[in-house]
Design a protein around this ligand. Structure first.
Ligand SMILES: Nc1ncnc2c1ncn2[C@@H]1O[C@H](COP(=O)(O)OP(=O)(O)OP(=O)(O)O)[C@@H](O)[C@H]1O
Length: 239
């Protein structure tokens, strides 16, 4: 079976020299895949490139066998891709409910009330906060609002840029558990993470980038056990 998302020989940047070069990996349907690597390796640029927010200078991105290169971000949402950027991923002055509503604008679900209920089942903490400005919530709860908003268009594939950045250890675990719950609903997840060891523990596959290029790829388990990856990115000792 072909992959849900296939990235082949992808090169892209921001109008200057390429930031990522010849990057290739597949994301299978209903898996959690994580992109890892040092600061500045180009991890976010890969996500932004899939979401049509950079200039592609070479290679291919296929989703369900359809080419994404040259499409508009708004079109990508309508074909089942949503994204949560690392920062400014909620509207702080809007209520939690209004933030969820914003998620339906680009690609309205068939039954918005049912979709909202499904989202609130995933994030029960948000039920008591629906009328509160999202900016008043804790960091972990704000991340739930951002994830919930991105789920309101019923995506097949979610692109998440460092969903645990800046969170306390308790919330960090909570968000990783939530990603497993989201995956159970049939959504495929491609995320960038700095918390590499924890991310590999929940990921089906990991892809390590260095200097904008592929460095290593494998199952989460295989990368956790790979001495080269461990020494360079996971802080040495085995888990
Ligand atoms: N909008 C932009 N315009 C120009 N250069 C950019 C832009 N965004 C990122 N870059 C550059 O691209 C390179 C890779 O950045 P990117 O954010 O993709 O890396 P990253 O691996 O996600 O890093 P981090 O872990 O620090 O978030 C960096 O040198 C960065 O300065």
């Amino acid at each position: 079976m072909s992959a849900l998302l296939s990235v082949r020989g992808l090169s892209a940047g921001y109008g200057g020299p390429p930031i990522i070069e010849d990057v290739s990996f597949d994301v299978e349907e209903n898996e959690i895949a994580v992109i890892l690597g040092p600061n500045g390796a180009g991890k976010s640029t890969v996500l932004k490139t899939i979401f049509a927010l950079t200039s592609v200078t070479g290679g291919a991105i296929d989703f369900h066998g359809t080419s994404l290169v040259g499409r508009k971000t708004s079109t990508l949402v309508t074909i089942g891709i949503s994204a949560v950027p690392q920062s400014r991923n909620i509207f702080p002055h809007l209520s939690v409910d209004e933030n969820l509503d914003v998620g339906t604008y680009a690609a309205p679900p068939a039954d918005p009330a049912a979709t909202r209920e499904n989202v609130l089942e995933l994030f029960p903490d948000l039920r008591a906060k629906l009328k509160q400005p999202a900016g008043e919530l804790s960091g972990g709860q704000r991340q739930m609002v951002a994830l919930g908003r991105a789920l309101m268009c019923e995506p097949k594939l979610m692109l998440l840029d460092e969903p645990t950045a800046g969170l306390s250890p308790a919330y960090l675990e909570r968000i990783f558990d939530l990603l497993l719950d989201i995956r159970k609903t049939g959504v495929t997840i491609l995320l960038v993470e700095q918390n590499a060891r924890q991310a590999l523990q929940i990921a089906d596959h990991g892809h390590v980038l260095v200097n904008g290029r592929n460095f290593a790829s494998g199952t989460g388990k295989a990368l956790l056990a790979d001495e080269n990856v461990r020494r360079s990115f996971l802080g040495g000792a085995a888990a």
